[in-house]
Structures are given as C-alpha cells and as structure tokens.
Design a protein around this ligand. Structure first.
Ligand SMILES: *[C@@H]1O[C@H](CO)[C@@H](O)[C@H](O)[C@H]1NC(C)=O
Ligand SMILES: *[C@@H]1O[C@H](CO)[C@@H](O)[C@H](O)[C@H]1NC(C)=O
Ligand SMILES: *[C@@H]1O[C@H](CO)[C@@H](O)[C@H](O)[C@H]1NC(C)=O
Ligand SMILES: *[C@@H]1O[C@H](CO)[C@@H](O)[C@H](O)[C@H]1NC(C)=O
Ligand SMILES: *[C@@H]1O[C@H](CO)[C@@H](O)[C@H](O)[C@H]1NC(C)=O
Ligand SMILES: *[C@@H]1O[C@H](CO)[C@@H](O)[C@H](O)[C@H]1NC(C)=O
Ligand SMILES: *[C@@H]1O[C@H](CO)[C@@H](O)[C@H](O)[C@H]1NC(C)=O
Length: 861
C-alpha cells in the first residue's frame, strides 16, 4: 500500500514545511494532529432513470503529527455508511475501538473514529502510516451539493441522459467522500472507477474523467470495466474532480509545445463547442509564444467539460479538469449574444492564465504566496491575450491593452470606494478560494488595473519582458509579491529612477496595494502666474459624504496640455505626489491641462471650473485633439464626480454636451459604466427622481445620433456588434421609445426565424419585459443561454426599482439652462435701450424690466 508515490508525496510535504518555514500555509499544516497523505477512491457509479448513486471504497493513508491521538476526526456530509464499514489499519491490525467504533454528528458533519490505542507519531527514522478504510454510499440527485446529477437530452437516442459531475470548490469535498476538510492539506489521489458493463434499466455510461490521466482499462469478472488512473499530483481537496457521463470528445494539439485541449460534450452537440475549442488552443499557442519556452502548461491533456447545469464559471483551482456550464461554452448563432461570446472568451483566457502561472500538474510546481496577486495577474494577462487574439484577426505586432485596461479599471472603481472595502493586501494569507465572492471583482480587476498602470509607467515592452523573465526564473519555486516587485525594481531600474525621482516600483505599487480605495486629484491652475502654476492635491474618492480624508498614494503623474509646443513633462509619467499639495510650473497659454494620459492611472481627476470649461469647449469644437482614451476617462470621471457631489449638474452636462458627436466605442462603454453610477444609493449628489429624469432626457438627446447610426448599419463585424449591443442597452434603459420598438421588432422577426441579431439586444428586451407586464414574454421555454440574460435583466430591474422606491421624488429644477441665456439676452436688449436713451418714464419701465430679468436669472440658478 505504502507505495513509492506516498513516500515521495510525504517527502515533498516535509520539505515544504521545513525549508519554507516562513510560509504560513505549511506551519499550519504541521499543527494538525493527523495529516492525510493519500486518498484512494474506488468508485462504483450507477445511474438509473429515477435514481443515481455511487458506492465507494475509500482508503485514506494518514500519519500522526502528535502523540496521544485516540480519535480521528473526519468531515462527511450526506453520505451513508454502515456500522462495521469503518476500519483503521496499522499494518494488518485493525485498531478501531470495537465497542465504540465511530460516531457521526449531524450538526457539525463530523465523523469521529475511536481507536483502541493512540497513533504513533511519524518520524523520519520511524515512518508510521495508518490506513483508514471506509465504505459508503452516496445518493446523487440534481440538487445535491458538491457532486450532483445533471440531465440533458440526447438527440441520438432521443432520451434524457444523466451524468455525475463534481464542483468541490471551495469546501464541498465532504459531500463527495469523508475527508480532512482543510484547504491547506495537500494529498495524492488515486482513483479507480468500476463501470458496470450492461444492466437492464441502467444507463450505459463509459466516460469517466478525474484529475489524473487514465492508466488502463481492464475487464474483470465480466461485470465491470475497471478504469485505473495514475496517482494525481499533490492537490488540495477543492482541486479534486470527477466526471462520469456518456460524453464524446474532440481534441486539438498546440502548435509548438505538447499541450492538448480536449472538449467533452454530448456527441451531437460537439459542433456547438468548436468555437471555444479552437479559441482555447489559440490562447494556449499565444501563451507559449509569449512565454518563449518549450514547456507545456500541464503534463497530460486539459479537459474542458460542458456541463448541462446552471454552473457559472470555472473552479479557480482546476487545471486539467475544467468544468463550466454548457451555456458558458457553447456558441450557437441563433442564441449566443456578442456579449456572451466576449465573456466566455475572457473567462477561458483567465483560467488558462491561472494554469500557466502555476498549477499542480506542471513539470515543476510554481506556487504563489499571495494568491490574490495571482488572481489579478491572471486577469490582467487574460485581457492581454484577448487583445492579442483580437477576435481571431491576429497580427504579428504586439497590441496595446487600452480598451480592456479601461474596462478593468472602471469595473474595479465601481466597487472600490466604500469605507468597508478592504485593501488588496488584507487577502495576503487567503487562498484564492477563500476570497469572498463579493470581493472577486475587486481583487481581479483592481490588481489587473494597477498592473496596467504599471505597464504604462514602465513602458509596455520592458514590462512584459521583465514579467516573462520573472515567471520563467521562478518555475518550481514560490512567487511572492515582495520578490516580484524587488525583481521588477532591479530589471527596470534605468527607466524607473528618472520617472519616479528615486521612488521604486515596489514602493509605488505597495502604496496602491496597502490602501483601500483610490484617490481623486484636485487640479487648480493659477493662471495669473507666468508660467502658470498647477496645484495638485489628492484625497480619498468617495460617492458619499464620509471617507474623504487626505491620502498619500504615490501617484506617477502624466499629463497633456492643449498648447503643447513647449510642454515640459508631457510624454512620460515623471513624478509622484504624496500627501502634500504639489505645485509645478507649466506654460499653458490659456489652454487646458489633462492629467492621467490614456486613462491608465487608477485615480480620478477633478479640475477647477475654468479648466473644465476649456476642456468642454475643446470637446465640443475639436474633440479629436483629445485622445480617445482620455475622452473615455473624462466622461467617466464627470459622472463619478457629479454623483459624488464634487461637480454641479450644469457643469457636468456642459462637459458631456459634446457626446452627440462622439462615435468611439471605448468612450461609449465608459459612458455606460458612468451612467450606472447615477443609481448609487446614498450618494452625495442627493439624487431625486426628477434629477434622474433630467439626466435621462439629457442622455436621450446625446445618444440618439449614434443609436440611429448603429441600428441602421449593416456592419456585423465583432466590434460593431459589441458596440451596437452596448448602445442599444443604454438607449433602452433610458426609456428611449424607438429603442423599445426596435427591440420588439427584432424579437418578432426572431420568432419568425428570420436571420438577425436579436440575441445581441435580448437583454434590453428582457429589461423591458421585466418592467412591463402587458408585453408578451417568450413563447417557448427559455434555454440556459437566454436565461442567463434574463436573470441579469431581472436583477437590474429589481435594483432600479429599489433605487426609485428609495429616492425622493424631488422637484423639477426651476428652469432649464436655455432660459438663462434668454434672460441674458433680455438684459442685453434692455441695456441697449437704456444706452440709446429715451424718456424718463421709459427708463423707469426699463429698470423694472431689468429688475425682473435679474430676478428671473437669480431664480434660474
Ligand atoms: C496551532 O497551534 C497553536 C499552539 O498549539 C494554536 O494556538 C493555534 O491555534 C494552532 N493553529 C491552528 C490553525 O490550529
Ligand atoms: C463509449 O461508448 C461509445 C458508444 O456509446 C463508444 O463509441 C466509445 O468508444 C466508448 N468509449 C470508451 C472509452 O470505451
Ligand atoms: C505529448 O503528450 C502526450 C500525452 O499528453 C504524450 O503521450 C506524448 O508522448 C507527448 N509527446 C511528446 C513529444 O512529449
Ligand atoms: C502583505 O504582503 C506584503 C508583501 O509581503 C506586505 O508588505 C504587507 O505588509 C502584507 N500586508 C498584510 C496586511 O499582511
Ligand atoms: C524629487 O526629489 C527631490 C530631492 O529628493 C525633491 O526635492 C523633489 O521635491 C522631488 N520631486 C518630486 C516631484 O517628488
Ligand atoms: C445634499 O444635501 C446636503 C444636506 O441636505 C447638502 O448639504 C448638500 O449641499 C447637498 N448636495 C448637493 C450636491 O446638492
Ligand atoms: C417601468 O414602468 C414604469 C411604469 O409602468 C415606467 O414609469 C418606467 O419608466 C418603466 N421603466 C422602464 C425602464 O421601462
């Protein structure tokens, strides 16, 4: 039993604990009294039409870490064991307490096994292994946790079929088999699956996949086929997986390096997954190209399984057995929207990047001390590879992240402002699976956005060069944040010291990882000096009134100016500002200055009103003179600053006035995420329903031209569809009537099976349907792909209704802006009359009019 593999596994475990004593993970492991070294699972699955279960013979090899252990405590839930089915062997002797073998506590889900004698402590010169043997049965149904049954319709046999699949992340292994449920314990898993050959009633099933490669299949006694797997690498319980079905597969091979991607689905549906399959291998090829080394991501193939169940997303820790909901993998033109394609490609790229950055199945295991940092890095790289993939149109040159960078930043900023938001480094000691779902976006997107900021300071080529070399040099070792930044300092030193005035990348990054939230920089230009003085001051950005203290982020500042002939500092980020007001001279020649070139800095900028007006004027008259990414940044900041009560509505609308001429997808994407902020509860802008309606009608005017253009356009290329989908979504959520009609028409055409792009606007349709009970919903039962959209739309409508219910009705603002210009005109004409003279009575009369005009004017403000 104690095969060589066990010894090796244990030896590895010891090594980690002894040599890397500074790493918390392993210290904790040593604390436990009993440690599992290997789990051996013999599984006998049975799928009947109305009942499914598996029997399992489990052997856990354990060692004792402390003296006087008389009780072994295991976790187990919803499993059936019979008395007499549990044994603990010391060699050939069963040492279980016969009088009181075990107790199961339903409340705590703990299985206590009582022993006759204490376990002997494992020592290097007295290697003592014990074997716990447990037989149990597990009933599996559709709603079970951890391991569950999924149903699909098989076109070939015209029957419903069933399959078993597991999702053990983050802590559901105890539903699968009795275990020591501690995510930091790593053990070897040996699987044997006994497939019953043919039985009446029994569903014939022969696809069995686990986290290790199949070694061989034997027939025994004519009843079973035994599938024997090689021992798995050392993994945590949440990384274990088992899949049992009648799926077929298709495999592709990477171009240069020996990596294989296999897709699993019902035979007649495989074609629906061809897109994701080809995409996946393309990303793997891109990763190989990027990493410039001849090293496979994993030993053995990567299996990608389309599970017909409502599963949303991959398991973070999975590396060779990737399961996801079929609706997250299939591309069916009739149903799959462009946004869904966008999302599924991102998701797979992210998972493949996690695998590349370190996984149990690689030749030498790379581990990350801060798993949140790995998550962020995987997200950043996923967007990087998506950019290179470029919707299948690949070119040789390296493309810049730009649009995705902004997206990451805006997603992160939307969640990263509240007082209770944690700083990234509070997750230092959490495993990736332990990061609560509500902070997933924060961890992945914020880290990604900060890496993007870093890329822009250091320059893209240098950054990627340093990154790849770093990862390469740490293969088979530990990667830590500290080590990463120190190496980066070293590798990029010559370009950094000139930008950062002595500050190093590690110091600067540290300031962003250690603090929660992000700053807003207030820019005040003193134009009465020559050269003009520009004052910068930072504080915490917040949508509500609290939490606005002065901050000390180290911010590398980059800027552009309107009249840039003599610009001193324009083309590089040059210096950082700390907590004090920072003042520098710059020749602006009555023009504007715009901070945060290309919007890559993880902060917002507010200018003095005069500078804002200059920016607004340029946007209106010559918007192309401001870079697209900067325009995107500006509009998003304007919404945010307005909602935070830092910018008044007139000025905000004056800046956004130009949007009816805006044609850039990046900018509109940024408007979309900006507009969502209007619904932030408790924001300092004191939002009322009337104010909201005013914004709504303002935005309708702004969106009409681009909306009309996009809806008419016959261009169905990827980016165009994405753009159209976003704009239609915004237009419909603004209650723009033509948009509702358009979406309804598309729906009707869709039901008549005319080819069109209804899926791209399906979300808007659901949005309308959810709010409007008089409208017909779908004629047939929705499939999972459609339900995905429906759930999102329903959630949005609920949020919106809650927001409206909570916000006060308010009053219409006294007078639209147009009125004030007429009063100004009135004053002018009156003044003219005064100047041209007239009788005293007419003077009195005119004065009266001036009085009225001024009154109206005051009232209007
Ligand atoms: C490890 O042991 C120490 C001292 O025996 C104890 O205080 C600590 O809580 C233990 N840690 C864990 C994770 O059990
Ligand atoms: C599984 O069964 C199918 C027939 O349903 C057969 O084509 C396939 O080869 C079998 N797979 C294995 C691994 O035996
Ligand atoms: C490629 O990987 C497969 C298993 O995934 C293995 O059988 C084969 O020998 C490998 N080929 C090379 C050239 O390493
Ligand atoms: C997290 O780790 C970093 C780098 O090792 C360290 O500088 C920081 O103080 C840690 N933060 C916390 C909250 O433990
Ligand atoms: C750069 O460093 C010098 C000397 O250390 C200091 O006087 C100056 O204020 C720094 N500049 C910035 C922009 O931090
Ligand atoms: C919102 O209301 C508060 C208190 O009623 C007031 O002090 C503040 O000025 C208002 N903010 C705006 C932007 O009107
Ligand atoms: C939802 O319905 C209400 C009342 O029917 C209407 O006032 C509101 O504008 C609608 N909202 C949307 C987004 O259609």
């Amino acid at each position: 039993m104690a095969s060589e593999k066990i010894f090796r596994a244990f030896f590895i475990f010891c090594l980690f604990s002894l040599t890397k004593g500074n790493i918390v993970v392993d210290e904790e492991c040593l604390n436990y009294t009993v440690y599992p070294v290997q789990y051996e699972l013999n599984i006998y699955p049975y799928i009947y039409p109305h009942r499914a279960y598996y029997d399992c013979e489990l052997t856990i090899t354990i060692i004792a870490n402390a003296p006087n252990v008389n009780v072994i405590e295991l976790d187990a839930k919803d499993l059936e064991f019979e008395s007499g089915s549990i044994k603990v062997y010391d060699g050939p002797r069963d040492i279980i307490n016969v009088a009181r073998p075990f107790e199961y506590n339903y409340l705590t889900s703990k299985l206590h096994i009582y022993l006759n004698e204490p376990l002997k402590v494992y020592q290097v010169n007295d290697r003592h292994f014990y074997f716990i043997k447990i037989s149990f049965r597990k009933q599996v149904n559709k709603d079970s946790t951890g391991v569950f049954l999924a149903k699909y319709y098989d076109e070939r046999s015209e029957q419903d079929k069933y399959l078993f699949t597991t999702r053990l992340s983050p802590n559901k292994a105890k539903y699968f088999f009795p275990c020591f449920e501690n995510p930091r314990f790593e053990a070897v898993y040996k699987f044997k699956v006994y497939i019953v050959k043919q039985l009446p009633e029994l569903q014939y099933t022969n696809t069995s996949l686990v986290i290790a490669e199949e070694q061989r299949r034997d027939g025994i006694k004519g009843d079973y086929i035994v599938v024997d797997y090689i021992p798995s690498p050392q993994v945590g319980l949440h990384q274990v997986g088992f899949h049992y079905s009648q799926f077929a597969s298709s495999r592709v091979q990477a171009r240069v390096v020996n990596d294989t991607l296999i897709i699993w689905a019902p035979k007649d549906e495989l074609r629906d997954y061809q897109f994701i399959h080809n995409y996946g291998i393309t990303i793997i090829n891109l990763i190989h190209e990027y990493s410039k080394e001849n090293r496979p991501l994993v030993q053995g193939p990567i299996n990608l399984i389309a599970v017909p169940a409502d599963i949303n997303g991959y398991e973070i820790g999975s590396w060779n057995l990737l399961t996801n909901g079929e609706h997250r993998l299939a591309k069916i033109d009739q149903f799959t929207s462009i946004k869904q394609i966008e999302y599924m490609t991102f998701e797979l790229a992210q998972q493949l990047c996690r695998i590349w950055l370190g996984n149990p199945g690689e030749v030498e295991r790379t581990r990350w001390k801060e798993e949140w940092f790995k998550e962020g890095m995987a997200t950043y790289l996923a967007y990087y590879f998506l950019t290179q993939y470029n919707h299948g149109i690949m070119t040789q040159e390296r493309r810049r992240l730009a649009a995705y960078g902004l997206q990451m930043k805006h997603k992160a900023m939307a969640v990263d402002w509240h007082r209770s938001t944690p700083a990234l480094d509070t997750f230092n000691t959490s495993l990736a699976i332990e990061i609560p779902p509500r902070y997933k976006e924060l961890v992945t997107m914020k880290t990604g956005a900060i890496l993007w900021m870093l890329e822009n300071w250091v320059e893209s080529d240098k950054f990627h060069y340093a990154l790849v070399n770093y990862i390469k040099s740490r293969r088979g070792k530990y990667i830590s944040l500290q080590d990463f930044t120190t190496t980066l300092d070293h590798d990029t030193i010559e370009c950094l010291h000139q930008f950062f005035n002595g500050s190093t990348a590690s110091r600067i990054l540290g300031s962003w990882f250690r603090r929660r939230g992000y700053p807003v920089i207030n820019v005040q230009v003193l134009r009465d000096r020559s050269p003009n003085a520009v004052q910068l001051k930072q504080r915490q950005f917040s949508f509500n009134r609290e939490n606005r203290e002065v901050t000390d982020f180290l911010i590398p500042i980059s800027y552009v100016v309107e009249n840039n002939q003599n610009c001193y500092n324009c083309y590089r980020p040059r210096f950082t500002i700390g907590a004090q007001t920072y003042t520098f001279g710059e020749v602006l020649n009555d023009g504007w200055i715009i901070l945060n070139r290309q919007g890559s800095g993880y902060y917002r900028v507010n200018y003095d009103p005069f500078t804002w007006r200059l920016i607004a004027k340029t946007l209106k008259e010559n918007m192309m003179s401001i870079d697209e990414l900067n325009r995107a940044q500006i509009v998003n900041d304007v919404f945010a600053l307005y909602v935070a009560g830092d910018l008044d509505i007139d000025l905000a609308m004056e800046i956004l006035e130009y949007l009816d001429k805006e044609r850039s997808p990046v900018v509109w994407e940024s408007v979309l995420s900006g507009y969502d902020m209007l619904m932030i509860e408790g924001a300092a802008c004191n939002m009322t329903r009337h104010l909201y309606w005013e914004w709504e009608s303002f935005m309708v005017k702004k969106i009409t031209p681009i909306y009309t253009q996009l809806v008419k356009s016959k261009d169905n290329q990827y980016l165009m569809r994405l753009f159209r989908s976003s704009v239609v979504e915004l237009a419909c959520s603004l209650n723009y009537e033509p948009c509702h009609y358009h979406v309804k028409d598309l729906y009707i055409e869709d039901t008549r099976h005319k080819h069109n792009l209804f899926p791209d606007c399906r979300m808007s349709y659901f949005f309308k349907v959810a709010n409007d009970t008089s409208m017909k919903t779908f004629l047939r039962k929705l499939n999972q792909i459609e339900l995905d959209d429906k759930n999102t739309a329903d959630k949005k409508v609920r949020e919106r209704n809650r927001f409206f219910a909570k916000s006060p009705i308010g009053e219409p603002r006294p007078m639209p802006i147009a009125m004030s210009t007429t009063t100004e005109k009135a004053i002018e004409t009156v003044t003219e009359k005064l100047q041209t003279g007239g009788g005293s009575s007419s003077v009195k009369y005119s004065l009266f009019i001036i009085f009225i005009a001024i009154f109206i004017n005051i009232f209007a403000r």
